[in-house]
Design a protein around this ligand. Structure first.
Ligand code: ZN
Length: 272
């Protein structure tokens, strides 16, 4: 629904002059205020900047004109960036959650190819342990098997939604945190409200509806007005053999990372 409204707004933007746009946007009274506020921020950025290099995180968010530094009050550390449209939507969501006694804390945001490569290779070489304090380099010599273990929670560089400036990790990296007390209150609020601001949880529990991809991540939320067109572009243009330039990349094709991991998400977050 939100996606259709977004495409509708974009089509207006594409066909009308700035003054007509303003008029048309202001007459869409039924459209979520958040969306109308955000539309002008992305209207001139969609086509030229969203190419394959962008999808694969091959840019520097600190130098990218569409990215903004996250204010310290929203995050647990300084120096993180988001696409400005994602940021505007997050600020609105943060402020409304705050009124209900819920404090959203960004733990991770944009990570480009280089940042993801560090995370991936540290797990590949055993410098960083995977779950249950396992050193994957020691326990799993077979490259495909090792990659599959790391892929439970970490993306191969070139395939992470965190490249896009649309995805944030909130409050805790443990699913169990969201099962009781403060964490449950926060997660229930997100489930009930995040969609109003354009956010969706891409990594829901695995099962019949989502047989492939990363394990459940209740902390990971994605800003769909930008992430959906990017997912579509990835589906149409990114191939497994483009996923290269890091240790273990040779397993990407055999595993089928584009279909299984980029597209193996909650169907509510997928483009129609
Ligand atoms: Zn994440």
């Amino acid at each position: 629904m939100m996606y259709r409204m977004w495409i509708f707004l974009l089509s207006l933007v594409a066909c009308t002059s700035p003054s007509e746009q303003a008029m048309t946007l202001s007459t869409q009274k039924d459209t979520a205020t958040t969306l109308a506020t955000i539309a002008p921020l992305v209207q001139d950025t969609l086509a030229p900047t969203f190419d394959l290099n962008y999808i694969m995180g091959k840019f520097d968010p600190t130098q990218h004109p569409d990215f903004v530094l996250i204010a310290p009050e929203y995050a647990d550390r300084e120096g993180m960036y988001l696409h400005k449209a994602t940021y505007a939507a997050f600020e609105q969501m943060y402020s409304d959650a705050r009124k209900e006694g819920i404090k959203l804390v960004i733990r991770s945001a944009t990570r480009n190819f280089e940042a993801q490569k560090r995370i991936w290779e540290n797990k590949w070489t055993g410098v960083t342990k995977i779950e249950s304090d396992e050193n994957a380099a020691e326990t799993t010599p077979n490259p495909k098997e090792r990659a599959l273990k790391i892929l439970r929670y970490s993306s191969m560089p070139s395939t992470s939604r965190h490249h896009w400036g649309t995805d944030i990790d909130l409050n805790s990296f443990s699913n169990s945190y969201f099962e009781q007390g403060e964490g449950k209150k926060l997660y229930d609020w997100l489930l009930a409200n995040a969609a109003k601001y354009g956010f969706c949880q891409p990594y829901t529990a695995k099962g019949e509806a989502r047989p492939h991809g990363y394990e459940e991540e209740r902390w990971h939320w994605s800003y769909l007005p930008i992430a959906k067109p990017l997912t579509k572009l990835a589906a149409n243009s990114l191939t497994d053999n483009m996923v290269q330039g890091f240790k273990g990349a040779e397993t990407a094709t055999e595993i089928g990372v584009v279909k299984k991991y980029i597209l193996g998400i909650n169907q509510d977050c997928l483009p129609q």
